[in-house]
Ligand binder design. Structure first.
Ligand code: 5AD
Ligand code: SF4
Length: 443
């Protein structure tokens, strides 16, 4: 049996797409190799959101080149966002690559392999008309009780720093019937937690045919009514499209978790304008207050960029202040990275690297302090935890996540996939520690 190994870079959408790549390969009769050395086919599912993933990929591809020189029969495939962004140059840059495909044309890998690499175009990308939902391919899930569910592909926003619209194309919503049918099938297979995925989930449904045009709140309600689904998550919503029907669905649907990831990007209205985010600082803060007012105990996490072109010390301080004002439960912080072909990359007032570095260190410090204080408020409380398995650092301890999406390491005897109550005993900025309630009672 031939064997494959998939390397995944980037976001949850790529994690989802990789499960489809694996499903497709297994349908073709290939088996998974735990290590790259043992694989006949090596797939890189790539990301190009910042320069760092590009550099990591370059290092992996340099290794792949050496492997290919020693063992020319090995097949090297490059898919995902980097492949799409570099479609014109990919085979020039990396002539040893056998097959390439964009995020919208994963099935090309199957066609190419099915035809033994003969008579099929080397690359086929897919931001054009021929894009297809990865969700329509078979999947091989990482965990039996959790699943990604794709609700849309592409993005219609024009954020001036972001490469995603160029590599994933315009937004297309999946039909509600197909999404719900998939969730029903997943529930039947034992899935308890679904994460609905789209580049901007809150604009889902608006592009559908008039007869079935709908909005994301309705989808949350439909998924909530599926028996066996205990937890519903979604990512990412764009603050500009977070309307009341979604907030009320979140408040009323039992399975929808008390967490939302709401990318702020900058606390300065002036910078937000140049980013083309179409909301200002005040509107974001009001939205956060409204969400917290409607959903008790809501956890709010965010993405922040420092060093966007033209960002002054004053703009930066407004981001720091916004973190404190909103009280984020967590934040991913990024140094602005110019991406070829985006509007911001051509802006004249780029910020020097040392200034960016200094600002991100200050920001991380504040984010950690605020998140720690938020997590500290959970100490002494019981939290429902979905058990994922043993802790990564200590095998004798279990790990899982709360409904608020915080990782918990705890003492207990529960099995992966079980929902248990955990008494929280201590907190850091990123994790909680505790003991399974049944364990406490028994002791
Ligand atoms: N530079 C730095 N961070 C970026 N992001 C997107 N594009 C860039 C860029 N060019 C960040 C945003 C986004 C997250 C996924 O990555 O914060 O929300
Ligand atoms: Fe995900 Fe964006 Fe990276 Fe593509 S470029 S994998 S959409 S984060």
């Amino acid at each position: 049996m031939k064997r494959y190994h998939v390397h995944t870079f980037g976001c949850q959408m790529n994690a989802h797409d990789s499960e489809r790549i694996k499903g497709l390969l297994e349908d073709l009769g290939l088996g998974e190799a735990a290590a790259e050395e043992d694989a006949d086919l090596i797939v890189f599912n790539t990301c190009t959101i910042r320069e760092k993933p590009d550099q990591r990929l370059a290092a992996h591809l340099a290794q792949a080149k050496a492997v290919k020189a020693r063992e020319p029969e090995k097949i090297i495939a490059v898919g995902g966002c980097f492949a799409e962004a570099q479609r014109e140059r990919l085979f020039e840059l990396y002539p040893f690559v056998d097959v390439a495909f964009g995020p919208g044309s994963i099935s090309h890998l199957g066609d190419w392999l099915g035809a033994g690499g003969e008579g099929v175009a080397r690359g086929r990308f897919g931001t054009g008309e021929e894009r297809a939902f990865a969700a329509d391919l078979p999947e091989t899930r990482g965990r039996r009780f959790q699943a990604w569910v794709q609700v849309s592909m592409g993005c219609n926003s024009v954020c001036s720093y972001c490469i995603v619209p160029r590599v994933r194309g315009r937004e297309v919503s999946r039909r509600p019937g197909e999404i719900v049918a998939e969730v029903v099938r997943l529930a039947g297979e034992g899935v308890q937690e679904v994460t609905l995925l789209g580049q901007n989930v809150n604009s889902w449904g608006r592009d559908l045919a008039p007869g079935i045009r709908t909005e994301f709140g309705e989808l949350l309600r439909a998924v909530d009514s599926v028996d066996g689904i205990e937890r519903i998550r979604f990512t990412s919503p764009h603050p500009k499209d977070f309307r009341d029907p979604v907030i009320s669905a979140m408040a009323e649907c039992v399975a929808v978790c008390e967490h939302t990831h709401l990318p702020l990007q900058s606390g300065s209205t002036r910078v937000l304008k140049r980013m083309r985010r179409t909301y200002d600082r005040e509107r974001f803060v009001r939205l956060a207050e409204k969400l917290r007012g409607a959903i008790p105990d809501l956890a709010l996490t965010t993405d922040l960029i420092v060093g966007f072109p033209g960002e002054t010390e004053r703009d930066f301080r407004q981001t720091v202040e916004a973190v404190k004002e909103v009280g984020f439960d967590g934040a991913f912080t990024f140094v602005y990275s110019p991406r070829a072909g985006t509007e911001a990359a051509a802006m004249p007032d780029q910020i020097p690297e040392d200034v960016k570095r200094e600002r991100i260190e200050r920001l991380v410090d504040v984010v950690q302090r605020v998140a720690h204080a938020r997590n500290q408020e959970r100490v002494g409380k019981l939290e429902e935890v979905l058990v994922e398995g043993p802790s990564r650092t200590d095998e004798s301890v279990l790990r899982g996540r709360t409904r608020r999406n915080t990782t918990v390491n705890f003492r207990g005897t529960a099995a992966p996939g079980e929902l248990v109550d955990v008494l929280v005993e201590s907190a850091t900025s990123m994790t909680l520690r505790g003991t399974e309630a049944a364990f406490v009672a028994a002791a």
